[in-house]
Design a protein around this ligand. Sequence first.
Ligand code: SAM
Length: 429
Amino acid sequence: MDVKLTQRSDYTFKYNAQLGRHGWLRLTPAYSVKLVEEMMDGVPRDAFILDPFSGTGTSGLVAAEQGLSAHCLDINPFLVWLGNAKCRNYSQVELERLKTESDKVLADCKEIVNRDNWMPQIHNITRWWCKHTLNVLAALRKALVNRFGDPNKDGVANLAWIAFCRLVIETSSVAFNHVSMSFHDKAATYEVEQIESLYQKILNAIVESAGEELTGSASVHYEDSRQPVSIDGVQYSYVITSPPYPNRISYIRELRPYMYWTKFLDSAREAGELDWKAIGGTWGIATSRLQDWKSNGLDLPESLKPVVSQILESKKQNALLMANYVWKYFHDMHLHLQNLQKSLKKGAVLSYIVGNSSFYGVQVHTEKLLEDSLKNLGFTNIESKVIRKRNSKRELFEYCVYATWKGSTKREPQYFCRTKGLDRQLALF
Ligand SMILES: C[S@@+](CC[C@H](N)C(=O)[O-])C[C@H]1O[C@@H](n2cnc3c(N)ncnc32)[C@H](O)[C@@H]1O
């Protein structure tokens, strides 16, 4: 491994903060615009790109900015909504109307700030916002609903909601400046006037970047990428994406505040249900479901078996849970790659940004294991390249895994035939 490899913050979400639409809302596992631009360099104008793990819509937006066409998929309805709002063109007339209506929203907010307005059921909510700030946010939310309705599929009012989401985070006690999120000791108090002026500032910045024309087109669809997907019958010649990594990071955990305030989420139970559907999901109920999870018999690469066995054999308290976690992650990714083939043009090029991980000292080489899945599924030209170091101390890296789809093959696959022993141990859990 190249020891000089650095953490390259220009290849992370941090690079995106000042980049217009890309900076509207952050998700720390978002990849960097710079990296995506490099991956899309040379993609011909008539090509169709697929991002099966859209997240904040970075690939879709870069494609649309570069005059390209893209379809993006995500299992999280909030991210589908956000991605579509980011990838849409807005006329100056719409944006002017939005500004006029938003001034009225702020006036309405002042009128209702002392009322008992709806607040989300976030556990320990005063850890996020003090009571005073909460009242102002609840009033502003109510004023937005009264004037614009809830966030919707399409329409300029979604920009007002994105500004509200941003406000919710900026007035909270959480910090998102590293891979996960953390709480400050105390939530700050904001007066109604301060919230108004902060909201206005955020909205103005969003409106300014929304006015910049996108010359290509991108749309985000609510789909499970493990299933065969067909959108308008399109066959893709490029897949550019960053799927979840097997590192137990939960997107729901980060997105919770936005999702509760915009009513995309109602309860902790619902959050766990949603995370269970996500590849690598591990929040709430998703963890307990993992304990009983069984593969449906999908044949996986032989190389996965020793990794799962070693985690199991570590005999640590949660060894069985972690072994199942890793197993299910690669099972789901294999299923995704298998079903993806049906949507690919012959010669389609795949670029997947992934990260490795380690459990109880057992190295999980995500890039190698995905390479093996791709090989078994008949992809060719498979290789991976290290992109950056993810952590200063531990051996955590980000890679780009490349492959080409040449069409169906008749080669004999080498499969992961589960041994009875391993099965039995996992079933014991
Ligand atoms: C690493 S994030 C993608 C970040 C994205 N590249 C960006 O720049 O924001 C992975 C995404 O995959 C989504 N996801 C997880 N499981 C999925 C599934 N089965 N089908 C579709 N999307 C899924 C998650 O909701 C998450 O948004």
